[in-house]
Design a protein around this ligand. Structure first.
Ligand code: PG9
Length: 623
């Protein structure tokens, strides 16, 4: 008997050589508080888009929140492996989950699980797109399918997303489906040349090459670049030029690299894609809340541009809203208690999502009666509190702050003294944008770089810093500072980086490490060849004083008594921005080693050539 029992049990045993990968495995979902469905939604041209739908178990009559992404819908809908919907969805979705929303993530055409071909920030149908589809039609077709097929929904859809996902929200507004009741573009990419992602005022951002490697070398995740060099400063410098860097890593073969290299200026390729222009020319029908971080290190331009373009259509303050938090790029969806060394009054991002975003969504997607949303909600920094404003920009008088001899800064024009200061800008030793070694992809470096203490460059001989006396009263900067630089160069092209900096008092008893901190409040780069026309660049005339006028990013910041104001000027910001060769070449992407030359830059503060920054100032601020 014993031996026959043993034989029977050995019969039931799993053969040692049975293959160990399950052909189709599904973990039990009984314990989960949500249901997840994956569907392929057909578009009008037959292409099917991979879509993940997540909803609480037992959902009835709930609104849908849709995000269209190039960043892997399946991954976006599974932050953690968990039976809890709250833990499964992204951190920023907390309030949607608590409110019982149906959450939908979709891969844009050509990425991850979706069919079709991928075109980077695919232009709308029109001069650049002669196909029958774009992000507006894909959003339309998706919403049409969702309201017809997701029986648990109440037929109302909101779109929301940050950065590229914010761009796809704006694209849907170009021709919105009637069921699209509300839109929340966050840190949206709007104009890749003027000041979002690829260029700022014509200066190319080299981190773009890393992005193209990760996004366009494969339908799914691409590879990181194997530079073999720890310090990105060296990696980019040794490649010689952007074209050299691209070639070294095979990125010159990518079609988007080719498109970028073929369009270094603000030509029709860029103008036809500028979403502020496009949307401003169409009727706004969907309530839209555009959200951005004051120190958005990727898309600091577009949110304000879109808001400004749409605002003339919103006389009654019912359609167009702007929110600016003290955040980095996409910071609205994470913890907003700090940014770099800056500390705020709590988790400002969560505060916004709970107190303003969710009620706004509920009003439009659940017909709830909620407190009115302020037309503009802005966390004023320096004083650190949420301000409710009627519109933006606020009516302020521009107050000119002038560079002065002796590296001073004052509100009266210079009366005499040395007419200029000068420095040698050497492309072989460009000024780093963060301290070396530069690790551009390190989040701890990249995300807070716009608030980094500038003392690491202030004393370089090729950086000029002009400093005011300590302020006696608070100074509110509220709007976009405008640079008016009178400068001459021995070269035939030049980059100008101008920073408006809040210099903290020498001692900060409550946060000692902030003593003397040089906080950039607003700063940007301008490529000199575009001073007369963004579309048609022209050589700078060597040794001639020319005027460079350009706007810096928007701020709403109070410089407190005891603090000083600083204006800092330099001619490179490396390796984030490619180097200007400083001798004229038609297309900087293809500059050759011999084109990179030292130049002597003169910054003028003479009575007839007085450099100044127009500050959008209110003194004292209206607290
Ligand atoms: N800033 C990123 C991006 C947006 C659009 C185009 C390319 C890059 C992003 O964070 O999605």
């Amino acid at each position: 008997l014993v031996s026959s029992l043993l034989a029977a049990s050995s019969l039931a045993q799993t053969p040692p050589m049975a293959p160990d990968i399950a052909p189709k495995f599904e973990a039990p979902t009984d314990a989960a508080d949500y249901v997840k469905k994956v569907v392929m939604i057909p578009m009008r041209d037959g292409v099917k888009l991979h879509t993940v739908i997540v909803m609480p178990k037992g959902t009835r009559g709930a609104p849908i929140l849709l995000t269209r992404t190039p960043y892997n819908a399946a991954g976006r809908a599974s932050r953690n492996a968990s039976p809890s919907m709250l833990a499964t969805l992204p951190q920023g979705d907390e309030t949607f989950v608590r409110e019982g929303y149906i959450r939908v993530f979709q891969d844009v055409r050509g990425k991850y699980g979706s069919e079709g071909d991928y075109v980077m920030t695919r232009p709308l149908r029109g001069p650049l797109n002669n196909t029958k589809t774009d992000h507006a039609t894909d959003a339309w077709d998706t919403i049409e399918w969702l309201v017809k097929n997701v029986k648990e929904s109440n037929g109302k859809v909101g779109m929301l997303g940050s950065s590229y996902e914010g761009f796809t929200v704006l694209m849907a507004l170009a021709d919105p489906h009637p069921a699209l009741k509300v839109a929340v573009p966050m840190s949206p990419m709007v104009d890749g040349w003027r000041g979002d992602d690829w260029f700022h005022n014509g200066a190319f951002r080299v981190n773009t090459m890393h992005y193209l490697a990760s996004q366009t070398t494969a339908r799914g995740s691409g590879r990181e670049l194997a530079t073999g060099i720890y310090d990105d400063y060296d990696a980019v410098l040794r490649a010689g030029s952007v074209a050299g860097f691209a070639k070294q890593h095979g990125l010159d073969k990518l079609t988007y690299t080719k498109k970028l290299f073929e369009h270094p200026a603000y030509d029709s390729y860029w103008q036809h894609q500028a979403l502020d222009r496009i949307l401003g020319a169409r009727k706004l029908t969907v309530p839209t809340m555009t959200v951005v971080g004051q120190w958005d290190q990727e898309d600091i331009y577009g949110a304000y541009a879109v808001y400004a373009a749409l605002e003339p259509q919103d006389k009654d303050n019912t359609l167009n809203y702007l929110v600016v938090g003290p955040w980095r790029h996409s910071g609205v969806n994470y913890d907003g208690s700090t940014l770099g060394a800056l500390k705020f009054t709590g988790d400002t991002a969560l505060e916004f999502r709970r107190q303003f975003l969710q009620p706004f969504l509920n009003r439009h997607l659940k017909d709830e009666i909620v407190p009115a949303t302020p037309p503009v909600l802005w966390y004023q920094t320096g004083t650190n509190y949420w301000q409710h404003l009627e519109s933006w920009p606020r009516s302020t008088a521009a107050k000119a702050v002038y560079l002065q001899p002796g590296f001073k800064l004052d509100f009266t024009p210079p009366a005499g003294g040395a007419p200029y200061d000068e420095y040698v800008a050497d492309p072989a030793k460009p000024v780093p944008f963060v301290p070396r070694p530069v690790r551009m992809l390190d989040r701890d470096v990249w995300q807070p770089w716009l608030v980094r203490d500038q003392r690491f460059v202030t004393d370089r001989p090729d950086v000029l810093s002009y400093l005011s006396e300590p302020l006696q009263v608070p100074m509110l900067l509220t709007g976009a500072p405008v640079v008016n630089l009178f400068a001459a160069t021995t070269g035939t092209d030049a980059d100008w980086i101008v920073k408006v900096i809040d210099v903290y008092p020498d001692e900060m008893p409550n946060q000692p490490a902030m003593g003397g901190y040089q906080l950039p409040v607003s700063m940007d780069i301008f490529r000199g060849r575009y001073r007369n026309s963004l579309e048609s660049p022209s050589p700078v005339v060597a040794n001639k004083v020319e005027r460079y006028r350009f706007a810096l990013p928007n701020v709403n910041h109070v410089i407190l008594p005891g603090h000083r104001l600083m204006v800092q000027i330099q001619s490179s910001w490396f390796p984030l921005y490619d180097r200007n060769p400083q001798s004229w070449v038609p297309n900087i992407f293809h500059a050759q080693p011999a084109d990179y030359v030292k130049a002597t830059q003169r910054i003028y503060h003479a009575p007839d050539a007085a450099s100044f920054v127009e500050l959008p100032v209110q003194i004292p601020p209206p607290f």
